[in-house]
Design a protein around this ligand. Structure first.
Ligand code: ARG
Length: 572
């Protein structure tokens, strides 16, 4: 299928060349200026001519009139100048034939592009801290990260997903200390990660009146770093319990990682990097600790080694970045974390630059805002957290109840309830710009009538049910020559924008663009569904056309859902 927006930009460019010889503007620049008016009466595309008026030294009103005169092409039905805007309408047959045929023949590939062909990206996301709760704060990294990975794959990139588990650091000293003092192996075996979190929370509570515990914890971690067998054994156990638990959550989200290489993976790879820092004269000793002074760049120092010589979070990140470059030879490495780590990544990227690695500008940090639940902030240490798995369970149970009352005969009710319940949370979360802080209200997320995940999944299921009742998809010839109504054109037009949205979402690292697009498609489809008879339509050509349009909507919704970590459900 042609990219209609680029096509239109090209036609306008031809007109510019004709009317204003010598003008240097490219079709690409015109493409960027093109708008899609919300109301089709104005046109399918509009070019505001205000920006051109400087380059062309002419008033926008006259530019629009002159350009409109010169546009001649069968795909463009009309070109009108209105108050400095050039409004263009695309031939209806383009939407009713070419778009629908194109979507159906592309199927699962609809919306893909090959912008990233031959390029590799590495994405570090989710990365919870082992033995600490996997709470709703990590939802962002998990679903934003996975969507960004999928968007890249969809655009031809080779995308490698890494879970940089927080599996090293002082918190393991705390865990080991707590386990030796209060741990009950039976309880841990039974409770899994919850048992570990309980110990973690207890450690902090007790350390408040008994600060010596913190010293013990530091010693235990130092022992662990030296490879003490007893501590290593406990650490391995904590790690296994946690990963097993995380995998359940990832499975519900349909997420798989290519690597679970946490911070500990880099324990032997740090020394050579610390040596480079030293050789380059970048290390300074400050109160016994080794740091990189970043005051020339208006940043606090980056901590490399503690007084006792143990490594830190940034040290491990330096080693990880170098390892990834050497192993995967990436063109881009993306990190998705909360906005509390913006400074950490600015420092990290600067240190990597100062070390002389010329690929420092291939590193990208994607931050996101914090989440509160019903207005309440989350705190790990006090134990006041909403665990992701509990939230998923609650949502799933609520959806299960709704399904039981609305559709008692549905098969696989549990599976559907999980897909819809978990999907509701993902959708709700991805509905807003990632950088904004958000507040979570489960009730809103689960509202089947609102702008929610369940509403979109329900629309998908509705398309599937139409197709099932139709008994298959009629071929394109059987719909040829049909003159579509406005609701039909409008839906087809929205469907045709998918590829454009994929590019936009990737460029801005913003899954929200897909989420909002899904709402547009669902809205358009439901309008069409209410306005037009489909299965019961008598006229054969009309019926064929409408079934094909439904199939095109089903494909587009399905492909979009997959990009934002939501499962497709043929029946709800
Ligand atoms: N474990 C960290 C956290 O929960 C996130 C790790 C992000 N990735 C990285 N390479 N630093 O805050």
């Amino acid at each position: 299928m042609i990219n209609i927006k680029s096509f239109v930009a090209n036609e306008i460019k031809k007109s510019v060349v004709n009317e204003f010889p010598g003008c240097e503007i490219s079709a690409d620049e015109i493409n960027k200026m093109l708008e899609c008016p919300p109301n089709r009466d104005l046109g399918d595309f509009a070019l505001p001519c205000f920006k051109l008026s400087k380059t062309l030294r002419c008033s926008p009103v006259i530019i629009a009139v002159n350009l409109a005169r010169k546009i001649e092409c069968t795909l463009i039905k009309s070109a009108n100048a209105v108050n400095g805007y050039l409004n263009l309408k695309i031939a209806d047959s383009y939407y009713s034939e070419e778009v629908i045929d194109g979507i159906i023949s592309d199927g699962d590939d609809y919306g893909k592009n090959s912008d990233g062909l031959g390029k590799t990206m590495v994405i570090d996301y989710s990365s919870p801290n082992v033995a600490k709760p996997f709470h709703i704060g990590h939802l962002g990294s998990t679903v934003i990260g996975h969507s960004i990975k999928k968007l890249h794959k969809f655009s031809g990139w080779k995308a490698i997903g890494i879970n940089h588990l927080g599996d090293w650091g002082t918190q393991f000293g705390k865990m080991i200390t707590a386990y030796r003092m209060w741990g009950d192996p039976e309880n841990i075996r039974r409770e899994g990660i919850d048992g570990l979190v309980e110990l973690y929370v207890r450690f902090h509570r007790e350390a408040e009146h008994n600060p010596v515990l913190n010293d013990t914890a530091r010693e235990e971690f130092a022992k662990l770093e030296r490879g003490d067998p007893e501590n290593m054994k406990l650490w391995r156990e904590f790690l296994a319990i946690s990963i097993e638990e995380y995998k359940k959550t990832y499975e519900q989200l349909g997420i798989e990682f290519d690597y679970y290489t946490g911070e500990s993976f880099y324990s032997n790879l740090m020394t050579p990097q610390v040596e480079i820092l030293r050789e380059k004269g970048l290390l300074k000793i400050d109160d016994g600790a080794s740091i990189v002074d970043l005051s020339d760049y208006n940043m606090p120092p980056c901590l490399i080694l503690k007084k006792d010589g143990s490594t830190l979070y940034p040290t491990r990140d330096i080693a990880a970045a170098v390892y990834r470059k050497e192993t995967f030879d990436f063109d881009k490495a993306v990190y998705v974390t909360s906005n509390q780590q913006i400074l950490h990544f600015r420092q990290l990227f600067k240190v990597i630059e100062l070390m002389g690695y010329d690929w420092y500008n291939e590193l990208v940090h994607i931050p996101y805002g914090t989440v509160s639940i019903n207005g309440e902030k989350l705190a790990t240490r006090s134990g006041n957290v909403v665990l992701l798995k509990n939230l998923f369970t609650e949502a799933t149970e609520k959806v299960f109840e709704i399904i039981k009352s609305k559709n008692p005969d549905l098969e696989n009710k549990e599976d559907v309830a999980t897909s819809v319940g978990v999907g509701a949370i993902v959708f709700y979360y991805l509905l807003n710009s990632r950088i904004k802080d958000s507040d979570f209200k489960l009730e809103d997320a689960l509202n089947f009538d609102g702008n929610t995940g369940p509403y979109v999944q329900y629309t998908y299921a509705r398309c599937c049910s139409v197709i099932e009742k139709a008994g298959g998809i009629p071929d394109s010839l059987s719909a040829r020559g049909y003159l579509p109504c406005e609701a039909e054109i409008s839906l087809a037009k929205t469907l045709s924008l998918f590829g454009e949205k994929v590019r936009e979402a990737l460029a801005a690292y913003e899954p929200m663009i897909i989420t909002r697009y899904l709402l547009d498609v669902a809205g358009e489809f439901n309008k069409f569904y209410h306005d037009c008879r489909i299965i019961s339509e008598k006229d054969e050509r009309t019926r064929s056309f409408r079934i094909r349009l439904t199939e095109a909507a089903r494909i587009t919704i399905g492909n979009s859902l997959e990009l934002i970590c939501m499962k497709k459900t043929a029946k709800i």
